[in-house]
Design a binder for this molecule. Structure first.
Ligand SMILES: Cc1cc2nc3c(=O)[nH]c(=O)nc-3n(C[C@H](O)[C@H](O)[C@H](O)COP(=O)(O)O)c2cc1C
Length: 185
C-alpha cells in the first residue's frame, strides 16, 4: 500500500540522532534489504518491503528533479547525498539525510545500490523544504515529461547563482548535521 499525500498531511516522525535507516536495492531500485529502524519508522513489515520499488515511500512533496539527479549520479558510478522527505505506510512523514552508493561485487559488476540515512538538522530541513517547494512549482509549469529536468536545471542554476554546485551545497549541510551529532555522548 502506498500512502499518498492526498489532502492528509500526516505528522512528522523523527529519527533519534543516533539511529540509521539502511536499505539496499537491486539495480532497478527494488528493495532487497531493509534494517529494523527502516521498518519501524516507515511502518512496514519486512515482507511488505522486500521486492517492492523504493518509490513506495516517496512523498508527494519531493520534486522529481531530485531523483533525476540521484539516478544520474548513481548511474555515472558516483555517490549521492540528499535530504529526502519520505512518507510512512500510515501517511505520516520523516526527513532523512541520505547517502546512496552503487554496490559493486568483487568482479566490479553492479549488484545494486545501498543507502544509509540519518536525521538531518532542522536547518537542513528548512533550507531544502523551501527549495523543493520552488522546484515543485517549476515542475508544475514545465509539464510532466519535462518536469524532472526542468526542476533539476532550476536547482543547478539557483545554486550557481550563489557560487555553489549541488555537491558542495549539500555537503555543507551534511557537515552541519555531523557537528550537531557530535554533541551526543
Ligand atoms: C538505494 C536507494 C534508496 C532510495 N531511497 C529512497 C527513499 O528513501 N525515498 C524515495 O522517495 N526514493 C528513494 N529512492 C529512489 C526511488 O527508487 C525512486 O526513484 C523515487 O522514489 C522517485 O520515484 P519515481 O522513480 O517513481 O519517480 C531510492 C533509490 C535507491 C536506489
Amino acid at each position: 500500500m502506498k500512502a499518498e499525500a492526498s489532502g492528509r498531511r500526516g505528522k512528522e516522525i523523527q529519527l533519534n540522532p543516533d539511529e540509521l535507516i539502511v536499505s539496499k536495492t537491486d539495480p532497478t531500485g527494488h528493495i532487497t534489504y531493509a534494517n529494523r529502524v527502516f521498518m519501524r519508522i516507515a511502518g512496514y513489515a519486512e515482507h511488505e518491503l522486500l521486492g517492492r520499488p523504493h518509490n513506495l515511500i516517496r512523498h508527494a512533496d519531493m520534486p522529481r528533479g531530485v531523483f533525476r539527479l540521484m539516478w544520474k549520479t548513481l548511474q555515472g558510478g558516483g555517490e549521492f547525498f540528499g535530504v529526502v522527505k519520505n512518507t510512512t505506510k500510515h501517511g505520516d512523514y520523516y526527513w532523512v539525510m541520505a547517502n546512496v552508493t552503487p554496490d559493486f561485487d568483487s568482479a566490479g559488476q553492479l549488484q545494486g545500490y545501498y543507502s544509509v540515512r540519518r536525521r538531518p538538522s532542522r536547518q537542513a530541513i528548512d533550507t531544502l523544504s523551501s527549495l523543493y517547494a520552488r522546484m515543485l512549482e517549476v515542475e508544475a509549469s514545465a509539464g510532466k515529461a519535462r518536469a524532472p529536468d526542468a526542476s533539476a536545471d532550476w536547482l543547478a542554476a539557483h545554486l550557481a547563482g550563489q557560487g555553489l554546485d549541488y555537491e558542495t551545497f549539500i555537503l555543507r549541510l551534511l557537515s552541519d548535521t555531523s557537528t550537531a551529532a557530535k554533541t551526543l555522548p
